[in-house]
Design a protein around this ligand. Structure first.
Ligand code: AP5
Length: 218
């Protein structure tokens, strides 16, 4: 199963990508997670990406494309993947198509998550993330068992620097300008499914599982 999760910041792509990856036994590739790992480890790539990310702007295509190309070439992707947060521009989408074509593979589906703007802002401003294992929580909608502590690995949770109000506004604007055109891009290729992402996490997961069921590899 080879799928892309598309949608504005905070619509729940990462939350659902974790679940789908576990359920369908495929790899989750999140460019946001990979870039944050680079920032934490102070790699040259992370240092280059940090200032863009803090401001809520997109990291240059060449940097992100290189990251994903490496991941897709790894043996862990043999059973498929969920791409979370990539592609985000038309050049990224074209490059993804070219990489897959070079391996004689195709994309099965692109799921476009739709959530009202006010819900997205609530989700992002209440999000808490684990800097160690990347698990995601929400102070109201998905609280950890112990306040401020990651259920999965016990690390202290943090608020992402780009979940501050100004950066959220920039990210939503950048999404409209640079990523929303991908809806049409994939619609024209008859790959797009719209998904109402406004319900509870479990309800969204049920709907998403149905959309992706035909692509499950047993
Ligand atoms: P990235 O990490 O990809 O951030 P994003 O796309 O802005 O997406 P988010 O992680 O904010 O939201 P999400 O949709 O995954 O929602 P989540 O599941 O966490 O990118 C960060 C930055 O990296 C970018 O700004 C850019 O600088 C750079 N970058 C990354 N990829 C790039 C690329 N391809 N090109 C260039 N630059 C790139 O959920 C959000 C919150 O809501 C959580 O607290 C969660 O618990 C809660 N929640 C989830 N689902 C529900 C629900 N159904 N009901 C209630 N609460 C829910």
């Amino acid at each position: 199963m080879r799928v892309v999760f598309l949608g504005a910041p905070g619509v729940g792509k990462g939350t659902q990508a974790d679940r789908i990856a576990a359920q369908f036994q495929v790899v989750k590739i999140s460019t946001g997670d990979l870039l944050r790992e680079g920032v934490r480890n102070k790699t040259p790539l992370g240092l280059e990406a940090k200032s863009y990310m803090d401001q809520g702007k997109l990291v240059p295509d060449a940097v992100v494309i290189g990251l994903v190309r490496d991941k897709l070439s790894g043996p862990s992707c043999a059973k498929g993947f969920v791409l979370d947060g990539f592609p985000r521009t038309v050049p990224q989408a074209e490059e993804l198509g070219a990489v897959l074509a070079s391996k004689k593979l195709v994309l099965d589906r692109v799921v476009n998550f739709q959530v009202p703007r006010e819900d997205v802002i609530k989700r992002l401003s209440g999000r808490r993330s684990c800097p160690k294992c990347q698990a995601t929580f929400h102070v109201d909608f998905a609280p950890p068992k112990k306040i401020g502590i990651c259920d999965r690995c016990g690390e202290s949770l943090v608020q992402r620097s780009d979940d501050e109000r100004d950066a959220i506004e920039t990210r939503l604007k950048v999404y409209e300008e640079q990523t929303a055109p991908l809806v049409r891009f994939y619609e024209m290729r008859q790959l797009l499914s719209h998904l109402d992402g406004a319900g509870a996490v479990d309800a969204v997961f049920q709907k998403l599982s149905q959309v992706l069921a035909p692509y499950r590899v047993t």
